[in-house]
Design a protein around this ligand. Structure first.
Ligand code: ATP
Length: 734
């Protein structure tokens, strides 16, 4: 006993809440036509999740709701609640009692509840399928539909058999797995497409990051090279600066000394050239001496002549004019003039020349005067004159010698002074050259110092640029350690380093990637995303493969269980058939598998149609051979024979895999009395395996039931239920 009760409220003709409590394995519902019995059977369909309105004799959900009558207002919702005893865990849910409820509202909305909690339809279907309460409705045989299984297509028939064999659960699992597989396939495609979308960007970012890393390496290299270069440059500049400063001081001092000395030398040289007081004094004295010498000579010569005349007078005691102007005397006079002229002829000194000329004039004058004034003297006078003249002449000669000596000394002194001046002038020239040279060197040193200053400025600019470009603090060069050879190597080495650094800077600038942190971050995020997608893809592919395995396994299980179940159904069918017909045979056979596509539903006649999304499907055909009748096939059966065959089939299916309950709505309607009895026997037999709710007008069937419910319809169109006894039942049924 699994089915405990069913409660209808506002469902079809059950305008008021009505409950049927099942206490017997076979319950029979009886009542007059139109009282609402079939509505109870449909209430079962409804609550178990039936989606076909047609199978509940309605067009839309609203038709299932109590429509109202003059006595009772229409309902806004129809609800059916079925209660299962779940003590044996018939339903795979941890409750001793399970209440499944379905409500439909006038707007067509449906609601499903499991023990009062709203759930989805598929949850209900899955739960019931697990208890072999399927959705194909084979266990609820509606009125006039007993031979539905005979009328069904091979495919539908197979579905009914599968349902009866409890394969729905596997089918659901398979469908669920297929749905998941499809979803997984969609997700695989989505994931692949996402990865494809990401790939170009990721590749772009990867190359960017590679470039950035290269640029960073270059920056590190630059920092190292710069540190070395700057340390060398700093050391060299500092050293050069100090050296040049020292040299500048030295050169300045040297120039100063030289200028000083030059001033002195110029003074000396100037003195020689333009004459000092001493030299001009000397010149004046010299001129005076020279003039005096000329005079002394002339006087001496005059005395000599006087002496000659005196000596002549002494000799002759009488001297005439003719004697005085004797030829030798004239000649003497001429020689004297000639000698004086020769003396000055090559003399450059104008004052000497002038003195000589004035002497010549006075000589000529005295010669002329001598010619006219001479008078004869006595011998005494002449002798005295000779003696006096001789003494005077000696004195003159002495004076002449003294003067000549002085003149010579003065001339030598003047020459010495002139020579000293020339020497000083040479020194001035030499010193000027040395000073120029020294100043040139000082200028060079100052120019070199300016160069060093520019180098220092360039160095500081290089530090700033380096920091900006290397992106790191360049501190290495500041430590003060002087790299080996920095102070001694050739400057061209440092220039080579500078060029290398410049090339590196250009490369870094050309890379144009800045510090690239944002790109690196984006790359790592995109890579993470891609890796996540790759893992996701592996997971999805693994689960797709698992799902395929599950589906294959399920198909295998379904196939095995189906074939095995079909074998048992056919065996049971054989027995029921003999029981009902007294012989003959009916058999279900698996058809040759064929491909059927979606258009099959539209065009049943075209059996060979091969459509899109086709699948291999083998339906179930049924063969019947009645005893004592040659003709075979379903088409030739009478209404009763069809009903009997259907009943045999339904019962066989129920026998092999008994459902928890069966609802049979006037399945026995077409049976004659004899067959009704056989039917009643079979009901009893079936009742031992499944709980039965049988709607019937048949007494034999009623008699087989353990309890009876009568359905009546009151004047206001509301169906009512009451428990009745067999005797009453017959009355109620009419
Ligand atoms: P029979 O013995 O002839 O098969 P029955 O007892 O099975 O009859 P049902 O077919 O169950 O009778 O009931 C049909 C009755 O239910 C009709 O009178 C119909 O008017 C009533 N009915 C169906 N739907 C509704 C509804 N939505 N509201 C009110 N009454 C309804």
């Amino acid at each position: 006993m699994y089915l405990k009760s069913i409660e209808l409220s506002g469902f079809k003709s059950f305008g008021k809440k009505t409950e049927l409590v099942f206490q017997s394995r076979i319950s029979s519902i009886v009542g007059p036509n139109g009282s609402g019995k079939s509505n109870v059977a449909e209430a079962f369909r409804f609550v178990l999740g039936e989606q076909s309105m047609k199978s509940m004799r309605s067009k839309k959900g609203e038709d299932l709701i109590w429509g109202g009558s003059p006595g009772l207002a229409r309902a806004n919702r129809a609800g059916v609640k079925v209660t299962f005893d779940n003590f044996t865990r018939l339903l795979d849910i941890d409750f001793k009692e399970v209440v499944v409820e379905r409500i439909v509202y006038r707007d067509g909305q449906n609601e499903y509840l499991l023990n009062g909690t709203v759930v989805r339809l598929k949850d209900v279907i899955r739960l019931l399928a697990g208890a072999n309460i399927g959705g194909s409705g084979y266990q609820i045989i509606s009125q006039g539909e007993a031979d539905r299984i005979l009328n069904a297509s091979p495919k539908e028939r197979r579905e009914m058999v599968e349902d009866a064999l409890g394969l729905k659960l596997y089918q659901h699992k398979k469908a669920e797995s297929e749905r998941k597989l499809e979803e997984t396939g969609v997700n695989i495609d989505k994931t692949k497409s996402l990865r494809r979308e990401i790939a170009p960007h990721l590749n772009f970012l990867r190359t960017q990051v590679e470039k950035i890393e290269k640029a960073r390496e270059m920056k590190d290299e630059l920092a190292a090279k710069l540190n070395d270069y700057l340390a060398r440059e700093n050391a060299w500049i500092t050293q050069e600066d100090a050296r040049l400063l020292e040299e500048a001081h030295a050169r300045e001092a040297e120039s100063k000394t030289l200028s000083h000395r030059l001033t002195e030398l110029r003074a000396v040289a100037g003195a020689g050239k333009h004459g000092t007081s001493k030299s001009s004094e000397l010149h004046e004295k010299l001129q005076a001496r020279e003039a005096r010498l000329v005079e002394v000579r002339r006087e001496g010569e005059d005395m000599q002549r006087e002496l000659g005349r005196a000596e002549g007078a002494l000799e002759a005691n009488t001297v005439t004019v003719e004697q005085i102007v004797a030829v030798p005397h004239v000649r003497q006079f001429a020689r004297e003039l000639d000698s004086t002229i020769s003396d000055i002829e090559h003399n450059d000194d104008i004052s000497t020349v002038r003195t000589a000329l004035s002497h010549i004039r006075s000589r000529i004058k005295s010669f002329v005067e001598g010619l006219s004034g001479a008078a004869p003297v006595t011998s005494h006078e002449a002798k005295q004159q000779v003696e006096e003249l001789t003494v005077a002449l000696v004195k003159k000669k002495h004076e002449q010698e003294v003067l000549t000596g002085e003149i010579d000394t003065m001339r030598k002194e003047i020459a010495r002074i002139r020579e000293a001046s020339f020497a000083a002038e040479r020194d001035v020239i030499e010193h000027e050259a040395t000073l120029r040279e020294a100043q040139g060197k000082l200028n060079n040193v100052n120019a070199a110092r300016t160069g060093i200053k520019s180098l220092r400025e360039r160095f500081e600019e290089e530090v700033r640029e380096g920091v900006a470009l290397a992106g790191v603090a360049l501190t290495g060069w500041e430590r003060g350690e002087i790299p080996q050879g920095a102070l001694s190597e050739d400057r061209s080495e440092q220039e080579k380093r500078r060029k290398q650094i410049e090339r590196l800077k250009i490369k870094i600038e050309e890379s144009g990637l800045g510090n690239g942190d944002a790109v690196v971050k984006e790359f790592s995020q995109t890579k993470e995303r891609d890796e996540f997608l790759a893992r996701e893809l592996i997971d999805l592919e693994t689960s797709a493969s698992k799902l395929k395995d599950i589906i294959t396994e399920l198909e295998k299980t379904i196939d095995e269980k189906f074939k095995d179940g079909l074998k048992h159904i056919n065996e049971a069918l054989k027995g029921f058939f003999v029981k009902l017909f007294g012989g003959g045979e009916a058999k279900l056979t698996i058809e040759q598998p064929k491909r059927r596509g979606p258009r099959e539903e539209l065009d049943d006649e075209d059996e060979d149609f091969v459509g899109e999304e086709e699948e291999l499907y083998a339906g179930l055909s049924i063969s019947v051979s009645l005893p004592r009748k040659k003709v075979k096939g379903l088409e030739v059966l009478s209404g009763g024979e069809r009903a009997l065959t259907s009943i045999a089939l339904i019962f066989s299916m129920s026998q092999v895999n008994p459902p928890p309950f069966l609802v049979l709505d006037e399945t026995d309607a077409a049976l004659d009395e004899a067959n009704s009895k056989r039917y009643a026997d079979m009901i009893k037999e079936l009742g031992s395996k499944s709980q039965l709710i049988v709607i019937t007008h048949n007494r034999a069937t009623m008699a087989a039931a353990g309890e009876l419910y009568g359905v009546t319809m009151s004047q206001d169109g509301v169906s009512k239920l009451l428990s009745v006894k067999l005797e009453e039942a017959e009355r109620v049924a009419k």
